[in-house]
Design a protein around this ligand. Structure first.
Ligand SMILES: [Zn+2]
Ligand SMILES: [Zn+2]
Length: 107
């Protein structure tokens, strides 16, 4: 529930904005602002990589043809992401199932 900062009346959602039912004052919805902020973050290449590296790997497919640099364990979760230009090979991100060390591999 949101109230008009001009007159204190109840505001209703209209076309993605909050509009006052009494005086017509309107403002952007907080959720809309938050959603825009997130999508802006995702447009930065660096942020995409950091997000994927820190992503929750549980439930992802596993690969057993790898060796963890930290503990030598041979099974890791992985995700495959296109982080560079479209004609570049995708990057594989790994997370060791044993010690949870994370690394990336450029094919
Ligand atoms: Zn108002
Ligand atoms: Zn490990």
């Amino acid at each position: 529930m949101q109230f008009c900062e001009e007159c204190g009346s109840m505001m209703v959602s209209e076309d993605g904005r909050m509009v006052c039912t009494s005086c017509g004052h309107s403002e952007a919805r907080d959720e809309e602002r938050a959603a825009r902020f997130v999508s802006t973050e995702e447009q930065s290449d660096d942020d995409v990589i950091e997000t994927e590296e820190g992503a929750n790997f549980e439930g992802k497919p596993t690969s057993d043809d790898v060796t963890c640099d930290d503990c030598g364990h041979g099974v890791a979760w992985y995700t495959i992401k296109q982080t560079g230009a479209a004609d570049e090979p995708p990057t594989r991100f790994f997370k060791c199932k044993d010690c949870h060390n994370r690394w990336r591999e450029y094919n």
